[in-house]
Design a protein around this ligand. Sequence first.
Ligand SMILES: [Zn+2]
Length: 436
Amino acid sequence: MGDATLWFGRRLPVPGPATQPGKPALVAHHQQWRCQRCQQVVPPGDELPEHVPYCRQCLNLGRLTAHTKLYTITEPNRFSRVVDGGLTWQGHLSDHQQRAAQELLQRVRHQESQLLWAVTGAGKTEIVYPALAWALAQGWRVAWASPRVDVCLELAPRLARDFAAIPQAVLYGGQPVPYAYRQLTICTTHQLLRFEHAFDLVIVDEVDAFPLAMNPLLLGAIDRAQKPQGCRLLLTATPDRQLQRLVAHHQLAVTYLPLRYHGYLLPPLTVQLAWRWREQLTRGKLPAALMRRVRRYHHQQQCFLLFVPHVADLAPVVQVLRRLGLTDGTTVHAQDPDRQAKVQRMRDGDLTYLVTTTILERGVTFPNVMVLILGGDDPVFSTAALVQIAGRVGRHRDHPRGDVVSYCQSQTLTVRRAQRMIVQLNRRGRQLGGRP
Ligand SMILES: [Zn+2]
């Protein structure tokens, strides 16, 4: 079966005839078939022409049918030990970061699963480094997984630079490089479906992000990819209610980092009522308070992001702004082929504003930006999304403050929860000496 390392800690279809070793990929279960890769039930009718059932739910990882076998070799941790876990990072942690990093390290040493709840802009990646270096020095196999491919793509070059002595693999759908057996794997959570009891430590970055939250297929993938005696480290700025409940009931250990790396508190989320803004928009108008504010920003040459609920809102909103004389801005959304270029032009100062959907809610950093949300009470903005959006403001130590204003038709529970989360994090931050 070729290179044995390809099977270490993985669960892959066996090529060739059914006499090959391995276990059936689809197993009968209460008169239904269950897929052994993604653990989902195959609905009746998902069949090939010869009445051979197949799994549609993990089809994008390659088709598994009732004739397929899956094969695995128990993870042997065949890695050479590296001094200091291969950590070549030369940076410096602040006192608050150092305290959090030590907490994470102690729990990893005891193979205890845990959550790092660090506000946006806390520098959570570097806080994980001491624990990661320790794990790698033990010869552990580690996965750093995220539901979002852009998080993986941003992370991979940093880890390649900061753990230069550690062989690394990057896995995501449609990637150009073939799989290789490496001590550190950076991947989308979806790619974990191909692993079985491979990792001594699974780090899950942005654990609350779509599509992982509440997704049994992907949550199951993390369980299976982790060794039974292994542990996991969840990273988030905005844990969902389920995670918060686990923490509140002491079922999950938590480290808080309520201060940003520069020591300032999060900017509060202000709500302004904007009655029937959508009807106004159809008449070519924006809420008066919003128009006053953007005119002021324009006058001060202040950059800003204006979030809107839907792609269809982008064009009418930017038209109103341009009529007001704000011509140096544009729109951006998930399917926009020029998305990266527009974000870069905003960073370079060629643009002073972007009208955007939630696509820019996380993962992007502008040094000095204000944030406005039109229709913040729309269901498209979850509590986590609102807190993440607010977190775009004040990320640079030279511009640690700024405005976050949501224009809402009504004060919804979701908006109030977002305000409350920021207030509670800032209360913790103040106790650590955070500056408002
Ligand atoms: Zn499946």
